[in-house]
Design a protein around this ligand. Structure first.
Ligand SMILES: Cc1cc2nc3c(=O)[nH]c(=O)nc-3n(C[C@H](O)[C@H](O)[C@H](O)COP(=O)(O)OP(=O)(O)OC[C@H]3O[C@@H](n4cnc5c(N)ncnc54)[C@H](O)[C@@H]3O)c2cc1C
Length: 353
């Protein structure tokens, strides 16, 4: 982790006048910016890629993005997902947010383990166990419920608009270190590192647990785009609807340390075949070429899971929130909520002497 850096005394500037500086304008940085602004903090967001950009390294432009309860996570992490669900549900009332409520069908290869995704039934609406005959007999059991999907092509520009109208500011800049940010914002005392994979290379972070994990999905144009299908087991297959973009996202694949921006046709054909087996009434065996396109992005993964913590560096405080791999959208607003609480704690220690 980064070295301790001596910091100037920012005590002469009232806390409320020191902007919180966020490095990174992906879903994590933007969700945090929005939530901080709503609580009255002033916020500056610095990033190489901003909402609306479409670079392979900017994961937030490419996500599915479905809310799906993750299995094998801690109670605290479940709560982050639950908070995200609550915020997204409210956003779904506004079509500009790109968030939609859809039906979900989850087919399980095996009996669910005690730490499985079943906890999600306390969060989603209309959860029920499907009866045999309603799902393919090759599966052990199946769940039906309502869930939320976020269309990133709409959600990220929506967030940018919200942040700007709440008074937040974006600065397009690639930085080599957090230290560089301290120099640019000398009055600020709270810095949030939401740089995703950037944390691998930032000179004073150099987190070597971070690694790139390539995803490649097929986007199929269809009006059958109101039901999500998810295969829960050893095969990683999903059909995620994007009602507002009139299509479905077919996946998935995870390729560690592969950075290729080129379409791998073998993967695309395999995803179509798997999605066809899962939802044959939505995905034809051989979709017309003019109905498909490809989504390629690099997930900011991290061995051991994401990092979320707060550390003092001289008179500054650095909050770290990165390494969300394939779950950044599902955790986003819960993480933003936790970051706001950490900033409030810092404010309390600084203001209430
Ligand atoms: C194909 C695919 C499908 C996915 N599906 C889902 C899904 O269904 N559900 C789900 O929850 N998640 C999904 N994900 C994962 C999700 O996209 C990521 O977890 C999430 O976008 C990570 O957000 P982030 O803000 O941490 O990182 P990013 O979106 O990568 O943003 C990082 C930000 O930091 C900036 N930055 C980094 N380094 C620097 C630097 N040195 N200087 C300046 N700026 C810097 C970047 O410019 C960018 O603004 C999917 C991902 C892919 C690729």
């Amino acid at each position: 982790m980064g070295e301790y850096q001596a910091a100037p005394d920012t005590g002469s500037v009232p806390f409320a006048q020191r902007p919180v500086v966020i490095l990174g304008a992906g879903i994590i940085g933007c969700a945090a910016a929005r939530q901080l602004l709503q609580c009255g903090f002033s916020v500056e967001v610095v990033a190489e890629f901003l909402p609306g950009d479409q670079d392979i390294a900017y994961a937030s432009a490419w996500a599915g993005a479905a809310w799906h309860a993750a299995g094998g996570i801690s109670p605290e992490q479940r709560y982050f997902q639950a908070v995200t669900h609550r915020v997204l549900l409210q956003m779904a009332r506004d079509p500009a947010s790109g968030v939609s409520i859809v039906d979900a069908r989850e087919y399980l290869e095996q009996e669910p383990a005690p730490d499985s995704a079943i906890w999600g039934k306390t969060v989603v609406s209309k959860f029920r166990e499907m009866t045999p005959g309603e799902y393919p007999s090759t599966f052990h059991c199946a769940w039906a419920y309502e869930t939320l999907v976020t269309d990133p092509t709409r959600h990220m520009p929506y967030l940018k608009e919200q942040i700007t109208s709440l008074g937040g500011r974006f600065h397009r800049q690639r930085v080599g270190s957090l230290q560089e940010l301290y120099g640019r914002f000398p009055d600020s005392s709270v810095f949030i590192n939401a740089s995703g994979l950037g944390s691998l290379t930032l000179a004073d972070v150099h987190d070597d647990r971070c690694f790139p994990e390539r995803g490649q999905n097929v986007f199929l144009r269809t009006e059958h785009c109101n039901t999500l299908y998810f295969r829960n087991g050893s095969e990683y297959t999903y059909v995620i609807p994007r009602p507002m973009s009139h299509g479905v996202v077919l996946g998935g694949v995870k390729q560690q340390d592969n950075l290729s921006p080129e379409v791998d046709w073998e993967i695309a054909r395999d995803e179509i075949a798997r999605a066809h087996r899962l939802a044959p009434h939505i995905v034809p065996e051989s979709p017309a070429a003019d109905r498909i396109s490809h989504i390629i992005g690099i997930r900011p993964s991290r061995k051991g899971g994401f990092r979320l913590d707060c550390e003092p560096r001289g008179s500054r405080t650095v909050l770290s929130a990165y390494g969300f791999g394939g779950g950044g959208y599902a955790f986003s607003y819960g993480i933003a909520d936790a970051l706001v609480k950490m900033v409030e704690q810092t404010e309390r220690q600084t203001v209430i002497l």
